[in-house]
Write a protein that binds this ligand. Sequence first.
Ligand code: ADP
Ligand code: MG
Length: 917
Amino acid sequence: MNADADAGTDTDAVTGPPDGMVDARDELTPMLSQYFDRCAEYEDALLLFQNGDFYQTYCDAAEEVARVCELTLTQREDSTGTYPMAGIPVDNAATYVERLLDAGYRIAVAEQVERPEAASGLVDRAVTQVITPGTVIDDELLGSGTKNYVAAVTREGRTRAVGAVDAATGECLVTSVDDEAGLYAELDRLAPAELLVGPDASVDLTALSVAPMVTDHEAAGMGSAAAAETLAAYVSRPDAVVAGDAERRACGAALAYAEWTQGDDGPLDYVTRIRRYDPREALGLDATAIRSLELFENRGTGASETLFDVLDDTACALGRRKLDGWLRRPLVDRERIEARLDAVDALTDAALARETIRDALHTVYDLERLAGRVSRGRADARDLRSLKATLDAVPDVLAGVDDVDGDAARLDELRERIDPVDDVRDLIERAIRPDPPVELTEGGVIREGFDGELDDLRATEREGRAWVAELEARERERTGIDSLSVGHTQVHGYYIEVTDPNLDRVPDDYTRRQTLKNAERFYTPALKRREDEILGAAERADTLEYERFCEVRESVAAETARLQAVADALAELDALATLAAVAVDRNYTRPAFHDGGIDIEAGRHPVVEATRDRFVPNDAALPPGSVSLVTGPNMSGKSTYMRQVALIVVLAQMGSFVPADAATLPVVDRVFTRVGASDDIAGGQSTFMREMTELTAILHEATPDSLVLLDEVGRGTSTADGRAIARATAEFLHDEVGATTLFATHYHDLTGLAEAYERVRNLHFAAERGGPRAGDGEGSEGPRGGGGRPATTGDGRPSAGGDVTFLHRVAEGPASSSYGVEVARMAGVPDPVVERSRALVEGVDEGTNGHDDGVQVTLDGVNAGGGPEVGDDAPDGGEKPGTVDLAATLRGTDLARTTPIEALNLLAELKDRVEES
Ligand code: ADP
Ligand code: MG
């Protein structure tokens, strides 16, 4: 996303006044001089300079545009020199603009603001829009499923404020967080495409999982006074909306910047509301949790889908963005959760009504963005028809809602809020033709009967044309020339054509207009009069149509707030109906809430179950504040189990039914996850430092109401250290934090904690010898390897070795201390090796050797027979001495994403390992 990272590109040369023109500055032609000035005005943007059908760029900018957009580089020559030039066709600029945005540029579009015919001399051009990643409004450049925010960050003491604007829909948000960690969590949730960082704030981009463009916009109204002024244009009493100076400045800056990018002619009318929210109103999901739970982004660790993919059966873009927002911010208020669940519940029971609603919503356009375009004066006639088609769907939607039985106050509220906006609908229906052209100034836009004057002009035009159409027959009769014809050319207008042999029969009132090879073209005074009449009427009508269109658009724009309200209600209804449909299709149940622990009966992992033929459900009974140690061989289902508990919590709190036979849950305040370094190699964050930083955050921030998942924590360092850290972490969580914790660990000796600590419990996943039992799907999938080689699952990783089957079933108690050896034995490893391994394990357990995983050497050996596996979920023998392990670590390290300090850590760690072995 960053131009600076692009090899060989000097952004500074590409933006700002063109270096190549500086010397000749005073002699430049008027047009290039204008180009130079506009470039200088928009210094940090790449300027596109309209010249007729092209947006031109010159000098370094031209070279860059040609390179990035793969366009031909040409030259412009004049008396002052020769300048490289590259042009982007105005008609399909969007694709090129997208490439330039991707290359890390802001783009200033300087359009011709007068018609060339109307201009006396040089056509004036002004920047009408600055396109930046965070302020894109063009549908072609926006994904439909997510909001696209520009966010501004300010600071006051420890408090950070964030203001955010979605320029396409006019949504404006403001919030405060207590500290830096809170800031990163909030930014990760908002996922802004662009960031404005106030002079007093700072943002460590490496702490974010999103990669916004950072814009240094002259501290865009970041001063208190400027911000107050900006805000005053939107709300009558800004202080009633924003809390404190930091919020005022953040919100003001985001709005001022959005205004600036939209051509800076005052407040954005479609920002009708500034919404302040408290991050604590939402279940805390930080970047790590969002990532490792694969809510939106697949990490290549298992299933190929994300939770959002599973849920997203929305009928329209409005609903898709709403659902996305819900998943990013599940609720923590029990009443609100229950209100959503009531609505989903009522909709699950109403199959027919639900289908009516969803069918109607399928015909809905992106009303939020349409309303934005209308308000910005950028909607064309087709947009208005789309808007009307959207409103047409509203009565069906309402009929559907009326048919839903059951008691859901939320649905009643939505019913009230969904206003068909009949006046707007009728206006568009009366005014705009059903299938209008894109061009607004060439007629064909306004319907007959809408405007008397326009109808008269069109009638004159029509009569004139009819008169001309009959002219041929009349003139043939009058002159007796059978071959006489009447026609029209763009340049010469109407004519009567007579071939050379007949010229002697041409009447006196014919005047010569044009000579062709074998014929002459004439006009008559009557034809000329008609022609002027037709042209005059057509031209006036075209202009009038455009004026009428603009008036209609303005009338619609005046209703922006109402349109946004309907859009929001439709969005919510789509999200609710989708959750209901998913619940029915996937057999989810309604969760219940109480003040106790997590209690899930036969829970499933929503994503894994969606991508597998068979899934083994598991219970989870986790008392409040309990620490459950989950042990079992690699690939036995530990990670899946822990994530499924968290996903069920997240789903429930967003108001969704959950994949389980029954679920009774507490309201959780935050979900923390930490996936051990070696399990997260795919993320390129395979350093122990990172692991410990995240662990620190968890230990500091988790509360007794939090859910903590620790997956193989402590693996990124030497065994002795790792075990010590894992143990200390478990103890601290138990004694000090009191959060409900699931801790998958390969440090088997941790299971001993259960005896010493009241709320520490052991759970394990076992493998068993022999074929799958009925209902245990795993063994029935994938090819069975012969000769003792492990079979692989569809995703190519070992699942069952020989006759070893993973039951994927959780059970009470710790796994057998030598489960690795057991698996090896079941896989058919020769007895002497098994015996020797067992002896070694026992040695380890007495602490004579740092490698409790020595047994896994054997298992790895078996795996290696089926092809070496190096990946995110590397076999549990990750700590075995030897070069394979080092090589795997090195291979899994993405040097391009490793900082020097991380590299040092890695080196130290590798050295440790070598010394230990
Ligand atoms: P572990 O963390 O113990 O190494 P994982 O949770 O990564 O194991 O699961 C290993 C494989 O088994 C994954 O491919 C996963 O899809 C599959 N799996 C896990 N749990 C189940 C289950 N309950 N039913 C069916 N397949 C499962
Ligand atoms: Mg795992």
